[in-house]
Ligand binder design. Structure first.
Ligand SMILES: *Cc1c(COP(=O)(O)O)cnc(C)c1O
Length: 386
């Protein structure tokens, strides 16, 4: 999915002194090698490989970190969304309002439950669901709103929560890209009915494999999700509902518990890199990421928008600089959703973003030299090609 290596055929040695990856998760491992090995050894020696103290300990740490009552580890971020919506009773005949500009999993889980995703266009500056367009999408079938804090930028939760309360709807935050970000001081994921995180290796808190987690203050919802993740059994071998096999792996939990205390520093490092891009690229004809006073974005990706996107992608690749497109096709125009009847032009802001946005390299361990290399190349592109 993410191009971590680079094409080897960079320009001449003078134009490409070194290669810059889009991100490099192995550097985090290098910096925490000893404690990670210790954590793995601890789990292996304990003989408890499914659930147990490693999972419970990590869940407690995340609940504390987010300031919520419950955290429930699951197999991945997609399952976090799936089990949450299932536990809220979302099913056939229901509609869930979400954004078309996100990773496919956000809408996939709605469809998987037999419900229908309803796509609402995004804000041009944050790329998040436009709360001003929400209310007109609500019908008698609407059960929940599923905002995404895309690229680590919190959605407009104040407006979204007010609308949800007015219409008696659940709000499930897809915070898979936004762990550690804040909206008016509150942790992303902790504001709605529930919040969902992913520990996919490239996320801001990344495991060494798949992992996910749900946070909520709702006791009953937490209990239902806990039952769902173990085949719907409560107690063991007694089933009142059909569930899933979706647990956070003990080895992943132990390693994530080592990493969590470093998350704020890593996010701060991402923000410093973002600021450096902002200060050196603001005068170019590109749209830089928005930063509102009441939000603390954590730059899962550093996204710029330009009508020369494809040219710039090629130019950087030729110079050994990785970049990426997130996401090339908005969900309402995916083939699988053709039957929903959205056509080209129906959600124009998302469609423009899909054509014009791209990610520049940004990760906590990135060196000054690497970032300088990216900045020079982007500036040179616009200097040469107007
Ligand atoms: C990564 C991601 C997911 C899914 O997480 P997985 O752990 O890969 O299943 C869902 N939504 C968004 C916005 C994501 O970025």
């Amino acid at each position: 999915m993410l191009n971590q290596s680079n094409n080897g055929q960079a320009g001449g040695p003078e134009s490409a002194p070194r290669e810059v990856p889009l991100l490099d998760p192995s550097l985090q491992y290098e910096s925490l090698k000893e404690p990670l090995h210790e954590a793995i050894r601890g789990v292996l020696e304990s003989g408890v490989y499914i659930m147990g103290p490693a999972v419970a300990g990590f869940e407690e740490a995340v609940a504390d970190y987010c300031g919520v009552k419950h955290a429930i580890g699951v197999a991945n971020g997609t399952d976090a969304l799936l089990l949450t919506l299932d536990a809220l009773g979302v099913g056939p005949g229901d509609e869930v309002i979400t954004t078309p500009f996100t990773f496919f999993a956000t809408a996939e889980v709605v469809s998987r439950l037999g419900a229908t995703p309803v796509f609402v266009d995004i804000e041009p500056d944050t790329y998040n669901i436009d709360a001003a367009l929400l209310e007109q999408a609500i019908t008698a079938r609407t059960k929940a709103i599923l905002p995404v804090h895309l690229f680590g930028q919190p959605a407009d939760m104040g407006a979204i929560m007010a609308i949800a309360e007015r219409h008696g709807l659940f709000v499930v935050e897809d915070a898979c890209q936004a762990i550690g970000s804040r909206y008016r001081g509150r942790a992303a994921g902790s504001i709605g009915t529930a919040g969902c995180f992913s520990f996919f290796p490239t996320k801001n808190l990344g495991g060494s494999g798949d992992g996910g987690l749900i946070v909520t203050n709702d006791d009953e919802l937490a209990q239902r999700i806990r039952v769902l993740r173990v085949h719907g059994s409560n107690p063991k071998y007694y089933h009142a509902v059909v569930g899933y096999n979706s647990r956070l792996d003990a080895l992943q939990a132990a390693m994530l518990a080592v990493k969590l205390p470093h998350l704020d520093a890593w996010n701060a490092a991402r923000r410093e890199r973002a600021l450096a891009y902002h200060e050196t690229l603001w005068d170019l004809p590109i749209q830089l990421p928005a930063e509102a006073d009441d939000r603390y974005p954590v730059y899962h990706l550093y996204i710029i928008q330009t009508d020369r996107r494809d040219e710039l992608l090629r130019y950087l690749a030729e110079r050994g600089i990785a970049s990426g497109v997130y996401y090339p096709v908005p969900l309402h125009l995916q083939r699988v959703y053709e039957p929903l009847g959205y056509g080209i032009g129906s959600l124009p802001v998302a469609e423009r973003a899909a054509l014009g946005t791209m990610a520049l390299p940004l990760y906590p361990e990135m060196s000054d030299e690497q970032q300088e290399c990216v900045i020079m190349a982007v500036r040179q592109f616009f200097a040469e090609r107007g």
